[in-house]
Every structure is written in structure tokens, then in C-alpha cells.
Design a protein around this ligand. Structure first.
Ligand code: NAG
Ligand code: NAG
Ligand code: NAG
Ligand code: NAG
Ligand code: NAG
Ligand code: NAG
Ligand code: NAG
Ligand code: NAG
Length: 552
């Protein structure tokens, strides 16, 4: 009994989870949510009752904070090959939207937090709609834009109210501008973090859910506006973060969907996982406000595969398999038994340019790795049978060569200094405790760092020097789960390398954008010889700027 009580407290504690700036700037996505009675509003709400078919239409978030993106057409093909019908973007990306024209992929685009203030007048919102939506809706074949995400978790506690005054006006103006342009079918919705509601400590159950005090009035107005416009409520829910921030106190079983010997009991209902408990906490708040049929969209949910002891391929696969099965069962939740949850996975592909302020796992949320290859088997097509994730095709890599420590090295100090420098300018998030390469010895870790730097700078000769401590090899140094990557080939020379990935976008979990893999700290001495390609510097700076803007 006592144990059960503690468990309950922990769960509720976690329901109100908040994240540091740079963390969880999330966004949400697709509407149509499982409208209970209205049913089947969702694109792809299949009526086929066989198993996984219910999951057809599962959405994904595509964040683009990377310095070495796959070509957009390759990515769009990847979406199509995997039967992904719903997509959420963290900005209004011209290249991506153009490539989506004529596909049946339904899209949620995002107006970033930094743009909310500008949308304070109906005229500016009309202009935004004209400039950023009409052109894509009018493209040949059209782009199936179904939602505009207004901000990305603007009410996150850690923003200290920065966006409280500008979000609702932006929501109203954008929706009204959409309606005025006869785009009433496009819904504006604010992807929010689950920290806008909670259950009180003295009654920690979903049915006791209430809005967070500081924004309760605002949330009431927002949901009234949603109701008037048949718009969905969008929330991001992260069981992985419950586990991560729970620091050993959060019951692991609740993060997954494999049943639980100690369910959380609430008025006769048994909750065995945190997704259902969190979803119903929101449902109960909406019920009390009088909107028991308001569609709910889970704008982001996912599990990272590296960068923490609980972030690995095995657990990610367990989570996703359980989630897909849970959704396919179409059982809804205790408070919303008829809801077919409308869910967007976070995320599509790894983002090497994200800030690791929230944790090293931040760059490893993809169900596909940096090169568009599946990290594990999973049927998200909803077709059942042998379907599994299909990798990107025709991927162009740089030469099969790696930069490693020269075996004759004896000066440990010099090696450490150079490895540190490499890590400041590349991605070493696989080296930390509990990560995929944590078991490498010192030399192995230095090699990993050198290679990461070398690949990040497109294998330029000078980027594998490190005061003579490094050497090239054509023998893959990867061992077990620890992969020494070969980077993607940059786009052909005449064309400028892809523009800064994340400028002006509000990307995904956490952090949204931040270019941190590249603090170009100037370390004197050793590595001056490493050439830094101009394009990369530009990308890095843009990423950094975007991060500063978002977190400012
Ligand atoms: C959208 O439209 C506004 C004009 O209202 C423009 O300033 C902005 O750059 C456009 N693009 C994006 C991605 O928001
Ligand atoms: C919010 O306030 C805290 C405490 O005063 C401060 O440390 C933090 O930097 C602030 N965050 C933002 C985004 O203003
Ligand atoms: C929001 O508006 C209130 C009331 O006008 C004001 O007191 C507060 O300072 C504003 N907050 C921000 C972040 O501008
Ligand atoms: C919703 O519509 C009602 C009836 O038209 C109106 O009175 C109310 O002000 C609207 N609420 C919001 C938040 O727009
Ligand atoms: C994944 O993480 C779990 C929890 O830390 C651990 O028990 C398991 O061994 C890990 N699996 C792999 C393949 O690393
Ligand atoms: C090792 O490297 C450090 C830092 O680069 C340097 O100061 C030191 O003199 C070197 N030691 C030897 C024995 O060469
Ligand atoms: C990494 O793990 C080891 C052993 O588990 C521990 O001693 C060390 O303090 C950890 N390091 C960090 C940075 O957490
Ligand atoms: C890089 O090094 C290789 C092998 O040493 C050499 O064949 C090649 O020409 C060099 N490339 C450049 C751009 O210096």
C-alpha cells in the first residue's frame, strides 16, 4: 500500500514535468485527433479493424537541425516508402514544402516562438498566411497543410512567462486569417508541454487534473477559442523524460506499455503507463472546462537511442513497439475510451546540430540515423505483417575512411587536449556514461573524437592532423554498438551547400536548435591547421543564432 502511494506520488510528480530552456521546445501536430464521437476525422483513420491498420497515419516530426542533411527529395521518398502520411515541421521550410507538393502527406507547419509577437495584428497574420501558406497551397498538386502550430511549447515554465502575452493573440489572428482566406479547414493549435497541467499532491490522480495556476485563465480562453474553431488541443508527452528526470525514482514499467503489476488506480480505472495517465490528466481538465469531445493531438512522443543509460536501441524499440501496439488496440484511455490517439513521433531522423543542454540524448531521437537508415525494426505503416522501417536509398557517403589516433602516440596530455578540441567542434555524445561508445578506452575515445571531427569537416585532409597525433585508416574502427560514422557526401560543388538547417525554425524536443556542436572555441596551438570549411562555419553560426533567439 505504502509502495503504491509512493508510486502514485512519483507519477504525479512527473506529470508536471518541466524542462530547461533549450529543452523541450516542442511542437505538436496534428489535429483530427481522435475526435471521439466525430470519429474518423483523422486522415488515415482507417476502418480496417485488423490489428496494426489502426495505426496507419501515425505522424512524425521532422526536425532539421543538422549540418549534413540528406537531400530533401531523398527524405520525402523515405517518408513515402514508409507510408508516413502525417508530418510535423518546426518551421515553414520552402524546400521541404515544395518537395511535398502533390503528395498526399498531410503537414503541420510551425510559426516559431520568436514570430509570435509579430502576429499581434490580424493584418500581419494575413500577410503571414499569404506569404507562407498560400504559395504552397497553390503549388501544382498542392501541399496538404492541415495545421499551423502557433509557437512551440511557449508556456514552458522555464520561459518565465516570456510568451504568455503574445501567444493567444497570435493564435487568434492566425486562425482568423486562415478563416478569412477561406482556409477554415486548416487549424491553428499551440503545441504545449505537459507542464501546463498537473494533479495536486494531495490527490495525485488524472481525474484531479487542473491547469497550472499562472496560466489557468489563459488556457481557459485558448480552449474556448479552439472549441469555437473546431481546433484540436496539442500536447507533447515524453515518457523517456519522465524516466530521465525521475532520476531512479520513476517506476520504469510506467514508461513502457508492457503492463504493470502496480497500476495507478483512479476511480476504478487502472493506469499502467504514463502516456495514458498524462493524456487523461489533460482530458479531465478539458472535461471540467466543458469540452469533453475536444480532440487531443500528441504532438511529440518518442525515445532516443543514445546519450543516456536509458537511451539505447533496445529500449527505444521496446517503447515504439509497445506504443504502436497500444494505439492499434484502439482502446483509448479510461477517460477517453473512444479516442484513437493521434500521435506524432519524435522524431524522424537524428539531428547532430541540436543543443545538448537537456542531455546528450538530444541528438539521438531519430527512428532513422543521420544517413536515413532504420535503427531498429518497427512496423509503423499500420499494415501489419512483415512491414518494417525502410531505409533511405541512393545515399551518397564520403570515402570509406576514418581518422584515428596514430598508434605510436605517447604524449597522453597532448592527446587529451586534442581530443577535447575535436569534441568541442564535433559530436561526442556517444562517449558519455551509458552511451554506445562509453566502453572505449582512452585511445579509443580519442580516436572517436578525431573521427567525428574529421567527418564533420567533410574528411578534409587537414582535419585529420591534430599535431601529428592522428592518422587515416580504411579499416572501420567500429565495435559492437559503437559506430564510427562515415559522413554523407556534401552536395555537388557548384551548388552551395545546403543553407543553415535550423535558422528560424523551432525544432523539436528540446532544444530546438542550437548549434552547439560547434562552439568554435579558438584553442591555440594544436589544431590551427584544421581547415574549417566556410559553409560549415556558416551553418554552425546560424544554428547558434537560432538557439540564442529561441532561448533569449
Ligand atoms: C513568413 O511570412 C513573413 C511575412 O509575414 C516573413 O517575414 C517570413 O520570413 C516568412 N517565412 C517564414 C518561414 O516564416
Ligand atoms: C527564468 O528565471 C530563472 C530564475 O530567475 C532564470 O535563471 C532563467 O534564466 C530565466 N529564464 C528565461 C528564459 O528567462
Ligand atoms: C504581460 O502583460 C502583463 C499585463 O499587461 C504585464 O504585467 C507583463 O509584464 C507582460 N509580460 C511580458 C513578458 O511582457
Ligand atoms: C466563442 O464563440 C462564442 C459565441 O460566438 C463567443 O461568445 C465567444 O467570445 C467565443 N470565444 C472565444 C474565445 O473566441
Ligand atoms: C539498454 O538500456 C538498459 C537500461 O539501462 C540496459 O539494461 C540494457 O542492457 C541496454 N541495452 C543495450 C543493448 O545496451
Ligand atoms: C606533451 O604535450 C603537452 C601539450 O601539448 C606539452 O606541453 C608537453 O611538452 C608534451 N610532453 C612531451 C614529453 O613531449
Ligand atoms: C560514469 O560512471 C562511472 C561508473 O559507473 C562513475 O564512477 C562516474 O562518476 C560517472 N561519470 C559521470 C560523469 O557521471
Ligand atoms: C589528401 O591526402 C591524400 C592521401 O595522402 C592525397 O592523395 C590527396 O591528394 C589529399 N587531398 C588534398 C585535397 O590535399
Amino acid at each position: 500500500m505504502e509502495d503504491a502511494k509512493i508510486l502514485v506520488n512519483i507519477i504525479l510528480l512527473i506529470l508536471g514535468l518541466s524542462v530547461p530552456c533549450g529543452a523541450r521546445d516542442v511542437a505538436a501536430s496534428n489535429p483530427t485527433a481522435a475526435a471521439p464521437a466525430a470519429a474518423a476525422a483523422g486522415p488515415a483513420a482507417s476502418t480496417d479493424s485488423s490489428g496494426l491498420s489502426a495505426v496507419a497515419g501515425l505522424g512524425v516530426n521532422w526536425g532539421t537541425v543538422t549540418f549534413h542533411p540528406l537531400p530533401t527529395e531523398t527524405m520525402v521518398q523515405l517518408l513515402r516508402d514508409n507510408g508516413i502520411k502525417k508530418l510535423k515541421l518546426f518551421d515553414v521550410d520552402h524546400e521541404i514544402l515544395t518537395a511535398l507538393a502533390g503528395t498526399d502527406i498531410e503537414v503541420m507547419v510551425t510559426l516559431s516562438n520568436g514570430q509570435l509577437a509579430e502576429m499581434g495584428s490580424l493584418d500581419s497574420a494575413k500577410e503571414w498566411v499569404k506569404v507562407n501558406l498560400t504559395r504552397y497551397l497553390d503549388l501544382k498538386g498542392g501541399v496538404n497543410i492541415a495545421y499551423v502550430a502557433v509557437g512551440n511549447e511557449p508556456f514552458l515554465k522555464d520561459y518565465n512567462g516570456t510568451f504568455d502575452n503574445v501567444t493567444f493573440p497570435a493564435l487568434k489572428n492566425i486562425q482568423n486569417a486562415l478563416n478569412a482566406a477561406n482556409y477554415n479547414h486548416i487549424k491553428a493549435t499551440i503545441p504545449i508541454n505537459a507542464d501546463v497541467y498537473y494533479s495536486p499532491d494531495d490527490n495525485p490522480v488524472p481525474s484531479a487534473g487542473v491547469w497550472r495556476d499562472d496560466i489557468a485563465d489563459l488556457m481557459d480562453q485558448i480552449v474556448a477559442f479552439y472549441h469555437n474553431n473546431s481546433a484540436p488541443f496539442t500536447v507533447n508527452i515524453y515518457p523517456f523524460l519522465s524516466l530521465y528526470y525521475g532520476k531512479g525514482k520513476f517506476p520504469v514499467d510506467y514508461a513502457f506499455f508492457d503492463g504493470n503489476p502496480n497500476p495507478l488506480m483512479d476511480k476504478g480505472a487502472a493506469y499502467t503507463n504514463v502516456l495514458d495517465a498524462n493524456y487523461d490528466t489533460l482530458a479531465s481538465v478539458l472535461n471540467k472546462a466543458g469540452y469533453k469531445d475536444m480532440p487531443i493531438i500528441v504532438g511529440e512522443i518518442g525515445w532516443p537511442t543514445d546519450g543516456d543509460s536509458n537511451a539505447n536501441v533496445t529500449l527505444a524499440q521496446k517503447f515504439y513497439k509497445g506504443l504502436v501496439k497500444h494505439l492499434a488496440a484502439k482502446k483509448g484511455t479510461p477517460l477517453r475510451p473512444n479516442d484513437q490517439m493521434n500521435v506524432y513521433l519524435f522524431g524522424l531522423i537524428d539531428e547532430e546540430g541540436k543543443s545538448i543542454l537537456p542531455g546528450d540524448f538530444e541528438r539521438h531521437w531519430g527512428i532513422f540515423s543521420y544517413d536515413g537508415q532504420p535503427k531498429f525494426d518497427l512496423d509503423i505503416t499500420g499494415k501489419g505483417g512483415q512491414n518494417t522501417l525502410v531505409g533511405a536509398t541512393d545515399v551518397k557517403y564520403l570515402a570509406k575512411q576514418w581518422c584515428v589516433v596514430n598508434p605510436s602516440v605517447t604524449n597522453k596530455t597532448a592527446l587529451e587536449e586534442n581530443a577535447d578540441y575535436a569534441c568541442q567542434n564535433a559530436d561526442c555524445t556517444s562517449l558519455g556514461n551509458g552511451s554506445s561508445c562509453s566502453s572505449l578506452n582512452d585511445l579509443g575515445q580519442a580516436s572517436y573524437a578525431f573521427n567525428s571531427y574529421f567527418q564533420n569537416f567533410n574528411q578534409q585532409n587537414a582535419s585529420c592532423h591534430f599535431d601529428g597525433l592522428a592518422t587515416l585508416t580504411t579499416k572501420d574502427p567500429s565495435t559492437g554498438s559503437c559506430k564510427f560514422n562515415v559522413q554523407l557526401a556534401p552536395p555537388p560543388p557548384p551548388m552551395a551547400p545546403a543553407p543553415a538547417p535550423g535558422l528560424d525554425s523551432a525544432d523539436g524536443p528540446s532544444g530546438s536548435h542550437s548549434g552547439s556542436s560547434s562552439d568554435h572555441g579558438t584553442k591555440s596551438g594544436s589544431v590551427q591547421s584544421a581547415l574549417v570549411p566556410i559553409a560549415t562555419v556558416v551553418s554552425l553560426l546560424f544554428g547558434l543564432l537560432a538557439y540564442l533567439c529561441l532561448c533569449a
